[in-house]
Design a protein around this ligand. Structure first.
Ligand code: ZN
Ligand code: ZN
Length: 131
């Protein structure tokens, strides 16, 4: 049996999904391959990989942190009803990228920005019509 380390398996599972899972969700996925892994281990590896820029951490106020296996800049859209997060096929707005690089804002050293779209997903729209 080839020895694969836990982090590689966590990364494989995360890259294999587009659902932007929470640590809990990813834990359940990884557990199928590594029955003895703990949630704390999954969580720690996710945080470390996010710090290294291998993956992205999606922090949204009021909801659980989600993780994204795609480290490239892209925008997300979140459903305010069911909380799911999907990728938005919109090119990053280059004027915002320039502002970030120029660091034109007061005394701050700009390290990034957040641009999140929120809406109601097709499934939740359909549910609302049923009522
Ligand atoms: Zn929804
Ligand atoms: Zn994404």
């Amino acid at each position: 049996m080839r020895m694969t380390n836990q982090r590689e398996i966590i990364l494989e599972e995360l890259r294999g999904t587009t659902s932007h899972p929470t640590a809990d969700e990813l834990y359940l996925m990884v557990k199928k391959r590594l029955p003895r892994i703990s949630l704390a281990t999954v969580y720690r590896n996710l945080e470390q990989m996010a710090d290294l820029g291998i993956i992205q951490k999606i922090d949204t106020a009021g909801s659980q942190k989600r993780f994204d296996g795609n480290p490239e800049l892209h925008y997300h859209i979140r459903c305010v009803r069911c909380g799911k997060v999907e990728d938005l096929s919109l090119e990053p707005v280059s004027s915002l990228e320039r502002l970030k690089d120029a660091g034109e804002f007061a005394e701050y050293r700009i390290i990034g920005y957040r641009l999140d779209f929120v809406g109601i997903c097709p499934e939740c729209q359909a549910k609302e019509k049923d009522h």
